[in-house]
Design a protein. Structure first.
Length: 241
């Protein structure tokens, strides 16, 4: 008797659920919920693969540029090499927080913004020191390594472009790569300037440009991350401004 009543109750419950899902508003809400979850998981997985590729490229280029910068005697190549190193750390942090709540991602962006600001100040100090004790760097090596670095960063920037507006953390990752492309173009131009003029000042000017880019991007990332932290967890999944 009890089993028969329990079966009837289960049948009634299934019929009630089926009837509820036939209502347009409820069905639409349920489909949206399922679609959002699946899409978000797929997006996180795609973004994670992109970050791993970007991390590998940046580690390799850091090693190439730091050695080339020392051989060429170029402060702009050394600054760009340390920029690759900072980006490698940024990608590692991004991999650690991808898929987490917005508050975690905003905190990571805040930390990276602070690191970028310190990096910009370090490059500015190194540039001032190099202006006092500079020797003329090897222009041909500056140009060749600058072109190689530009090709690497353009490939990474293309991979990151579609994800740049997800949140402040994703924005900071893309801004780092965009700044690298600009810095690489400047290094190539500096190599040409050194070759034409026989002076170290083009090299010094590029190092100053890299410092300026790092500081301005750091300020933008910190502002957006602080805004997300103030507004709280209700912005989870909201696009960055």
């Amino acid at each position: 008797m009890y089993r028969r009543q329990n079966t009837a109750g289960s049948t009634d419950m299934r019929m009630w659920c089926r009837g509820l899902l036939t209502k347009p508003a409820v069905r639409k809400r349920a489909v949206r919920c399922c679609d959002h979850d699946g899409s978000e998981a797929q997006t996180d997985e795609r973004y994670r693969r992109v970050l791993w590729a970007a991390l590998a490229v940046n580690v390799a280029m850091f090693l190439v540029e730091i050695v080339a910068g020392l051989i060429a005697g170029s402060v702009s190549l050394r600054a760009d090499a340390l920029d690759f190193f900072a980006d490698s750390a940024n990608y590692a942090v991004a991999l650690a927080v991808v898929g987490r709540a917005l508050r975690w991602r905003a905190r990571a962006a805040l930390l990276k913004g602070a690191v970028m600001g310190l990096f910009g100040l370090w490059v500015a100090a190194g540039t001032a020191s190099h202006a006092i004790t500079a020797t003329v760097p090897r222009a041909e090596l500056m140009g060749a390594i600058g072109l190689l670095a530009l090709a690497a960063n353009l490939a990474v920037a293309g991979l990151l472009y579609r994800h740049r507006e997800a949140d402040s953390q994703a924005l900071s990752v893309w801004l780092c790569t965009r700044n690298d492309c600009i810095a690489n173009i400047a290094v190539v131009a500096a190599g040409a300037g050194v070759w034409v003029s026989g002076s170290s000042w083009p090299d010094i000017a590029v190092a100053a440009t890299i410092a300026s880019l790092g500081l301005s991007s750091a300020m933008r990332i910190i502002r957006q991350a602080r805004a997300e932290l103030r507004q709280g967890p209700e912005l989870f999944g909201a696009p960055a401004e």
